[in-house]
Ligand binder design. Structure first.
Ligand code: FAD
Length: 461
């Protein structure tokens, strides 16, 4: 009898425990179900759909070379898998465990009906692996990270299955092209095609490159003008590579760069740990009072749409913010330091609820991740279970100088390409604002005072 492998964001063959177990048990039927309803506001956005298309295509080609396929079905995942199991007489369904609330629900429903075998595969350790002295999950990153480090090494890596035997006949499959995951008119994905190579092999090529560069990470990771971070986030999100595979490649490194990089991988585990405890975390402020009280609110007559549009389109008059937002739009990715600056600008300078930013990133990032996006937005906004204080307001123009962003701004804001330092960081202040570049939508001091006043009002001071 065949064994179904239920694929989600674990689109790889090596170190894929579900594939490995199914291949040992009998003929394998890999399936991907496109479920547009279950995730609600967190159904995949445009950039993620673009990545998903190419990742499915790439894994389909790899499987094709091994006389296997991916069966594509669209609809409610539980219903589709139940139907497929009936059609094929499958013995069991094998899948990597995922922690997004809609996947936890589907996993629960499926295991009530069928033999669903779940495996840990996409994190260094399963969520809930470490707990506090009183047996509760950690809420704060630093003790979580310390506890995870004490558990190292993570599990051993699994090889690719040696053989994949095919079922007697293949069930029907949708055609990937009919899913329309790629943009048509307008075709906004040109920048993404130039920037990325999608798929398991590309993820490993990037890892090979990163092995030679990780030692500089500690010093250079905050410099957006340099290519000094791994850019593996979409590969990790879609599970084209696992953090366990990465960890084992680096384990003999002793550099500060690798230690800092390991901390970032632990942040990724931490984010899953948070959404397991607070499933709605990416949609609601964790701290009471921040929902209605602090942000400018259209329901109370505040007009935020023009500011939100300017932020989304990279037209705020703050070069570092505009460069970041345009990098995001063009490539589907933004440098982490600039993500923090842009997010802080939306929340504090523009006093707009962080959930608007979370949703924009959700739609435009190729690495959009329910846990990581929500956790980082709440961290920046100061609303989270572990977060920066709201009253610590980042100064985008000083950040731009401090982290040497001139070349980055020249690349993404061509209107400013002829300006030298220091003018490029703040052309308005230096009296050299080009005609085709906007003045600041709000001055830094004014924005800061407005944010602090709103905070005091919320607190009733
Ligand atoms: P590297 O610096 O090379 O780090 C290696 C890996 O560690 C990353 O690929 C990522 O998987 C993980 N990682 C690094 N930093 C973090 C972090 N702060 N939190 C969780 N994991 C981390 N990351 C996402 O993967 N998806 C998101 O949707 C996302 N949204 C974000 C939103 C905001 C407002 C901010 C400030 C950060 C967000 N991040 C998100 C975290 C971080 O910016 C990206 O993971 C990182 O920029 C990806 O680039 P990289 O692969 O070169 O990272």
């Amino acid at each position: 009898k065949p064994h179904i492998v239920w694929l989600r964001r674990d689109l790889r063959l090596a170190d894929q425990p579900a594939f490995f177990a199914a291949a040992q048990a009998g003929p394998v039927i890999p399936v991907y179900v496109l479920d547009d309803e279950a995730a609600g506001s967190h159904s995949y956005g445009g950039a993620s759909r673009w990545w998903l298309h190419h990742s499915l295509e790439s894994l389909g080609n790899t499987l094709g070379r091994r006389n296997a396929r991916i069966i594509l079905r669209r609809g409610d995942a539980v219903e589709e898998l139940t139907k497929l199991a009936e059609e094929t007489g499958a013995e069991a369904i094998h899948a990597i465990r995922h922690y997004e609330p809609w996947w936890r629900k589907a996993q629960g429903k499926l295991s009530d009906k069928l033999d669903l075998q779940l495996y840990d595969g996409n994190y260094l350790f399963p969520a809930g692996h470490v707990t506090t002295g009183s047996g509760n999950p950690y809420k704060i990153y630093t003790p979580f990270s310390k506890a995870i480090r004490e558990q190292m090494p993570p599990r051993d890596e699994l090889p690719e299955p040696e053989t994949l035997s095919s079922p007697g006949s293949w069930p029907d499959s949708d055609d990937l092209a009919d899913w329309n995951l790629l943009p048509t008119k307008p075709d906004w994905a040109g920048g993404m095609r130039d920037f990325w190579t999608v798929g398991e092999r590309a993820a490993h090529e990037r890892l090979d490159w990163w092995l030679d560069h990780v030692d500089d990470y500690d010093d250079a990771r905050n410099l957006p003008s340099k290519d000094k971070t791994s850019q593996m986030s979409p590969h990790l999100h879609f599970g084209e590579i696992s953090p366990v595979q990465i960890w084992h490649r680096f384990k003999d490194k002793r550099s500060a760069g690798w230690k800092t990089f390991e901390k970032e991988l632990i942040w990724r585990d931490y984010a899953q740990n948070v959404i397991c405890q607070f499933p709605a975390y990416p949609k609601e402020s964790y701290r009471d009072g921040y929902g209605e009280g602090l942000w400018r609110n259209p329901n109370r007559g505040h007009l935020i749409q023009d500011d939100l549009n300017a932020w989304q389109q990279g037209q705020t008059g703050y070069p570092i913010v505009d460069a970041g937002m345009r990098q995001l739009w063009q490539t589907g990715w933004m440098h982490n330091r600039v993500r923090m600056i842009c997010a802080s600008f939306l929340v504090k300078h523009l006093l707009i609820d962080w959930t608007h930013g979370e949703q924009w990133f959700w739609d435009t990032l190729v690495d959009a991740d329910y846990g990581s996006n929500g956790v980082n937005w709440q961290w920046v906004a100061g609303t989270g279970v572990d977060s920066n204080m709201f009253v610590r307001i980042m100064a985008p123009l000083s950040q731009s100088e401090k982290f040497d962003a001139a070349a980055y701004i020249r690349e993404y804001v061509p209107e400013l390409a002829d300006l030298d330092e220091p003018y490029i960081h703040d052309p308005e202040e230096h009296g050299c604002l080009p005609a085709d570049y906007p003045a600041k939508i709000i001055g830094h001091r004014e924005a800061r005072e407005r944010a602090l006043a709103a905070y005091r009002e919320m607190k009733g001071d």
